[in-house]
Write a protein that binds this ligand. Structure first.
Ligand SMILES: *Cc1c(COP(=O)(O)O)cnc(C)c1O
Length: 416
């Protein structure tokens, strides 16, 4: 698959005159189309509901357009709750999946009417003390330990700090029920950026079997199962995107064979996907400033890992195209670098690319693909770097600035 940005070089240059590079650009039309495809595929589950993981793209303009598509929010901090609230997402459309949580954050979640998803059995009493009375609905995060292999980004569940063990789950539901809770959910999150749909289907199966056992042992009929996040996207051009229909029908087979016979046929399926919702529809647009030839050839950009740290953090691959040179032969081999005083500040290492023209005024526009999730959000200010702003390409072709670029004043704002 050839990755392309939905704008020509001329259009991008005209945007760059108004909003100097680097900037993030998100494609509203593509995000909406993707949301609709997910909803259509999962319509086989009555009441299916997606809580978009706010951490993936924490901008209220994006949360609001996803709300318009029928999605809610998955939050795990006070600020994320405030972002959801600002976007008009409240009540049970918010799932509060946090860990090591301070009481003030639980109070805000409860005030918004969010579904609180507890990370440990001891948090039942912590929450009761915090709120004086437990909310009527509670969910628990399950850590399947040795029952499930994790994947490379999230790691082995036996070593993961999250969630309750299998046996603790039963004690937790029992205790919460004793304390007056009447409605219950179950959650897990065991993978990150996982493209294999069988992995996700098997996770659903594990949750369904657990729900059936909870019903059998405790007589508790869970209201929903939250499949968590973790659906992968094809960062590499030769990778295959998740087929939503196949994923939904795989999960549906186990729904019918495990939940329905257990008397759980009205259980709601929820998810809190982040990456797959916006990842492929965001671009980091930057200009090639400098070229140097030493032991390797380097292209220096006006963006750096403070804007997008995935390549430096995980060695992650992000596809790169050059505006106007989409069809040129990749005749050069470059390391594409940012300006941080860290040698791992490289967006690409030994990448085959067309010859790149550099210069502050007329250098090529470098497009870094699949930056719409866990991109700007992971940015930081090391080296006094100021993070890029965010632009939304509207369905009518207009550009809306949804976050301005940082200024030195922002950097100094917290200093006393
Ligand atoms: C990160 C995270 C998500 C979203 O993960 P994606 O890989 O972006 O789908 C959902 N839930 C929890 C608890 C998370 O930590």
């Amino acid at each position: 698959m050839n990755k392309v940005v939905p704008l020509s070089k001329e259009q991008l240059e005209s945007i760059a005159r108004r909003f100097p590079t680097p900037f993030y650009l998100y494609d509203e039309k593509a995000i909406r189309a993707n949301a609709r495809a997910i909803k259509a595929a999962f319509a086989c589950f009555p009441g299916f509901f997606e809580h978009f993981a706010v951490k993936a793209l924490p901008n209220p303009a994006i949360l609001q357009l996803l709300r318009e598509e029928g999605f809610g929010a998955d939050c795990s901090s006070l600020t994320e709750l405030l972002l959801a609230e600002k976007a008009g997402i409240t009540g049970e459309a918010i799932m509060f999946t946090s860990n090591e949580t301070p009481s003030a954050e639980y109070r805000k979640a409860a005030a918004l009417g969010a579904v609180i998803n507890l990370d440990d059995i001891t948090h039942i009493e912590f929450l009761e003390k915090t709120l004086t009375k437990l909310p009527p609905l509670l969910s628990f995060r399950y850590n399947p330990g040795g029952k499930k292999l994790g994947n490379s980004i999230i790691g082995n569940p036996l070593e993961a700090k999250y969630g309750l063990t299998y046996e603790q789950l039963f004690d937790a539901y029992t205790l919460a029920r004793q304390k007056g809770v009447r409605r219950f959910g179950l959650h897990t999150m065991v993978a990150s950026n996982e493209l294999q749909i069988d992995y996700h289907i098997e996770t659903a199966k594990l949750l369904f079997e657990t729900a059936a056992e909870i019903k059998k042992r405790l007589g508790i009929t869970l209201e929903f199962i939250n499949l968590g996040g973790g659906l992968g996207i094809p960062y590499k051009a030769n990778e295959q995107a998740v087929d939503y229909e196949m994923l939904a029908s795989g999960i549906q087979r186990y729904y019918n064979s495990i939940l329905v016979p257990a008397g759980l046929g009205s259980l709601q399926i929820r998810a809190e996907w982040g990456r797959i919702i916006t990842g492929p529809y965001g671009y980091l647009v930057s200009r090639a400033l400098h070229k140097k030839e030493i032991y390797r050839k380097y292209i220096g950009l006006d963006a750096c890992m403070a804007d997008l740290m995935r390549p430096a953090l995980y060695g992650a691959y992000h596809h790169i195209t050059i505006a106007g040179k989409e069809h040129e032969e990749p005749r050069e081999i470059y390391d594409v670098a940012g300006s941080l005083c860290e040698n791992n500040d490289k967006f690409a290492i030994q990448r085959h690319l067309p010859a790149i023209h550099t210069g502050e005024e007329d250098g090529d526009l470098i497009i870094i693909h699949d930056a719409g999730a866990h991109g700007r959000a992971m940015g930081f200010n090391y080296n006094g770097k100021l993070r890029a702003g965010e632009l939304l390409l509207r369905e009518n072709g207009e550009i809306r600035q949804i976050r301005r670029r940082e200024t030195p004043e922002d950097y100094f704002a917290t200093l006393m």
